[in-house]
Ligand binder design. Structure first.
Ligand code: SF4
Ligand code: SF4
Length: 111
């Protein structure tokens, strides 16, 4: 009988140990999650200036006002899109999606 009680106690201790181990793991996950939430995504675009035909479709879809039109023209005679405000790009990809000529590549990096 006393042997059985001691086994029960051991099992109880194991449960408590497992509970605390999981609790500390959970706290680690929580702090990782907090760090992830604090991480900021920055973006950048690369415009293929020879493919761009200067239609300006990409400009109004950029909520950050990143894109402007160049004063220079490409070989076909079109003004092309460029990053006039590069620090503001969030990498949302709106411009890349709407460009009818697939002239924009969007890069994203977590900082
Ligand atoms: S990726 Fe988004 S924020 Fe960056 S230039 Fe394109 S539309 Fe603007
Ligand atoms: S939508 Fe595409 S083709 Fe039109 S201006 Fe922007 S990059 Fe150039």
């Amino acid at each position: 009988m006393s042997n059985l009680l001691s086994n029960r106690n051991d099992i109880g201790h194991i449960f408590i140990l497992v509970f605390y181990l999981n609790l500390s793991k959970f706290k680690e996950y929580k702090s990782d999650l907090k760090l992830l939430k604090m991480a900021k995504v920055r973006g950048a675009i690369e415009v293929n200036t020879e493919v761009c035909k200067g239609c300006e479709v990409c400009i109004p879809v950029c909520a950050e006002d990143v894109i402007g039109m160049s004063k220079e023209v490409n070989r076909k005679g079109y003004h092309y899109a460029f990053m006039k405000n590069p620090d503001a790009c969030t990498g949302c990809t709106n411009c890349g999606i709407v460009c009818p000529d697939r002239a924009i590549i969007v890069y994203r990096v977590t900082v």
